[in-house]
Design a protein around this ligand. Sequence first.
Ligand code: HEC
Ligand code: HEC
Length: 205
Amino acid sequence: MNLRWIVIVILLSASPLQAEVNLTEGEQKYQTCAGCHGAKAEGIEALQAPALSHLQPVYIVRQLQNYVAGVRSGSPSSPAGQMAAAVAGWEDIQDKRSLAVYIASLTSESKPQTLTGNAAAGERAFLSLCAGCHGRDAKGKNVLHAPALAGANDWYLLAQMKAFQSGERGSHPSDGLGAQMQSMASLLDDQKLLDVIAYITAQPQ
Ligand code: HEC
Ligand code: HEC
């Protein structure tokens, strides 16, 4: 096949996500995730495994690929290392799409508050620094590749912001989107971070 045909075949096969997925297969595959992420993908703090049901399928697929490719990784005992081990060698993209759409079809209840912050004080910082990409309601913006944050566990948001600040997440050369977040995370001191998280978790999922 010459290059022009390869390009045409790729364009033709890039049909919308929904059209290709198999929810039953997604549900079956999710049974291997539920032990850590919870039956309704509500997250299990004791395992540091976050809620997933609020996330856009396209973001879930990208993160699964990031863990498989070592773009999101860590020592074997770290949360990222454990997650990477759980999906090691899983190359099938179709499978990931079905699973991601199944996860997004789940609804988990509102998450328990585990941190103290002032949502009113966090609102200003969120609207000026974060809303441009994540949306005023923190529901995410696919065109900017920014995930939903409303519906996340507060302890997970804190852990990820700390990981961006320390460079644990977003430093891999193939992680341009994570690198963007590193520079945003560095703008918040500890108190402002707790306030912003309180604002995010006060938003309906
Ligand atoms: C051994 C426990 C474990 C298993 C099994 C597991 N995960 Fe995870 N997962 C985690 C942990 C811990 C994290 C947090 C990692 C981090 O901080 O980077 C995570 C993170 C994630 C994230 C990133 C969420 C975000 O907001 O960026 C996704 C997506 C995810 N897991 C999906 C899955 C799917 C789908 C499966 C099943 C195929 C699965 N996980 C199996 C423990 C697990
Ligand atoms: C320039 C756009 C942009 C701005 C501004 C921005 N973000 Fe992000 N954020 C992103 C993108 C893109 C990602 C996804 C990174 C990836 O794919 O790994 C992300 C990821 C995150 C995550 C990880 C979510 C998860 O499920 O793991 C958190 C938490 C987060 N952002 C919080 C914030 C906060 C708080 C602010 C304001 C201080 C902010 N972001 C500002 C673009 C942005």
